[in-house]
Design a protein around this ligand. Structure first.
Ligand SMILES: [Zn+2]
Ligand SMILES: [Zn+2]
Length: 253
């Protein structure tokens, strides 16, 4: 199984999951043109994508889903709650699921689990192909015991490092927005992400991808500093995802 980020951050998110002959796009916060351009850098044709799976209705995850799905007749999967909150109802092939109910797309099994986030019914996923398991964990205000248990024994983890607490406090956002981001239905900061990554680390965990960095309230340097201080034993496993360009493919074999 392999994973690549098409772009990660508060201005747009999309991830590719590939196993055997199946290719799944998770969210899409980019224009059609930008999506195609970035897919090309990963040697993927838009026609190859078997399905789009949506985590929640926020624009940085959903804005590019409708245009892509209409153009390529791609099936789209989302929870009932996300569909209710989704204003773009003109999707050619919609599949609804419950946030605790697993399903399969081609060679990939998806195990969704609900997220504490200020969206209607947001979820993240464990993707399984054969004996390999990779999870995404972005857009959440806090981690839970359930997540710790559920994400045990992973091969790969993509986790949100949304903000640096000092940068948020001293940054341009007003009190209300700061409280929303910091709250338990908002986003994870770098220290929370490092603490959680340590908890689910194990001998099989090959790669920890650090993503969804806020443009205004975080920097790659701040993420690296925090992980060096709070989770130094993970230094060889981490990579920071960029907003402006696609990552390489990360392979889990
Ligand atoms: Zn987001
Ligand atoms: Zn969100």
């Amino acid at each position: 199984m392999s994973l690549a980020s098409i772009g990660s951050g508060s201005a747009g998110n999309a991830i590719l999951i590939r196993a055997n002959g199946t290719c799944i796009l998770v969210d899409n916060g980019f224009t059609l043109r930008e999506t195609r351009r970035r897919l090309a850098t990963l040697s993927v044709d838009a026609e190859e994508i078997d399905a789009i799976v949506v985590t929640h209705e926020h624009g940085d995850h959903l804005s590019g889903v409708g245009p892509f799905a209409r153009k390529y007749k791609t099936p789209v999967w989302m929870t009932h709650g996300t569909w209710r909150a989704c204003r773009d109802k003109k999707l050619p092939d919609i599949h609804l699921f419950h946030a605790h109910q697993g399903f399969t797309i081609g060679d990939v099994s998806l195990e969704p689990f609900p997220m504490p986030h200020d969206a209607a019914e947001s979820c993240q996923f464990v993707f399984r192909a054969g004996k390999h398991r990779v999870a995404t964990l972005t857009d959440l205000g806090c981690t839970t015991r359930y997540m710790e248990e559920h994400l045990h024994g992973l091969d790969g983890l993509l986790i949100e490092c949304n903000y640096d607490a000092d940068m948020l406090r001293n940054g341009p956002y007003g009190e209300y927005l700061q409280a929303r981001i910091r709250g338990s239905w908002g986003h994870l900061d770098n220290v929370q992400a490092a603490a959680f990554a340590r908890k689910v680390d194990g001998p099989g965990l090959q790669k920890i991808l650090l993503g969804h960095l806020s443009e205004k309230n975080n920097t790659p340097d701040a993420v690296t500093r925090t992980f060096n201080e709070h989770a130094p034993e993970l230094a060889g496993k981490t990579a920071i995802l960029a907003q402006d360009f696609a990552s390489d493919w990360f392979c889990f074999d």
